[in-house]
Design a protein around this ligand. Structure first.
Ligand SMILES: Cc1cc2nc3c(=O)[nH]c(=O)nc-3n(C[C@H](O)[C@H](O)[C@H](O)COP(=O)(O)OP(=O)(O)OC[C@H]3O[C@@H](n4cnc5c(N)ncnc54)[C@H](O)[C@@H]3O)c2cc1C
Length: 140
């Protein structure tokens, strides 16, 4: 008690919940890394806006640092592009397989209707590039 009252020096503060990271956002919810007109300050880290990027990675934070230095110090270098994985069907298939711990759709115990629908879908794509993709990324 004496320690708490006389010696502890704690500044309490509110922290965002971890789920705050993953809430839908629009481009006015967070400050731009280098706000319009800023010449000697910027916002770094997870709660500054980087277009198209997904937060919760060290990569995101690094990108904000790069953008800051390159913009404010007028360095003629481009910030590495955000990889457009969300639009890449190969990446989405790969992620889907990994979410299933590598288990193929064809190995999953599906209810009758889903099993029939899957069979019909697989017959439809037989011999096509879609089937090749499904095989290549471990879906079937
Ligand atoms: C459990 C967990 C697992 C993760 N796994 C991965 C992973 O596998 N791959 C990946 O890429 N990322 C991962 N991350 C995310 C990654 O760790 C963060 O995105 C990254 O560390 C953020 O770096 P930052 O420098 O922007 O912020 P932080 O590392 O959070 O640094 C912010 C610093 O500011 C300090 N600070 C805060 N307020 C004040 C204040 N008022 N005055 C002075 N200092 C202050 C804090 O003490 C802290 O040191 C993970 C995070 C967690 C929590």
């Amino acid at each position: 008690m004496a320690l708490a009252q006389k010696h502890a020096n704690t500044t309490t503060c509110y922290m965002p919940y971890i789920t705050a990271f993953f809430m839908p956002r629009n481009d006015t919810d967070r400050p731009k890394v280098v706000p319009d007109g800023a010449v000697n300050f910027a916002f770094l880290g997870q709660f500054a806006e980087v277009a198209r990027d997904t937060i919760f990675t060290t990569e995101y934070s690094m990108r904000t640092g790069m953008e800051t230095v390159y913009t404010l110090c007028d360095v003629n270098r481009g910030v590495p592009e955000v990889w457009g994985s969300v639009y890449d069907v190969r990446c989405l298939l790969d992620a889907t397989a990994k979410l299933q711990d590598g288990r193929k759709v064809t190995e999953m115990k599906l209810p009758l209707i889903e099993r029939k629908a899957l069979g019909a879908a697989l017959r439809k794509v037989k011999g096509t590039d879609i089937e090749k993709l499904l095989v290549a990324y471990g879906i079937i």
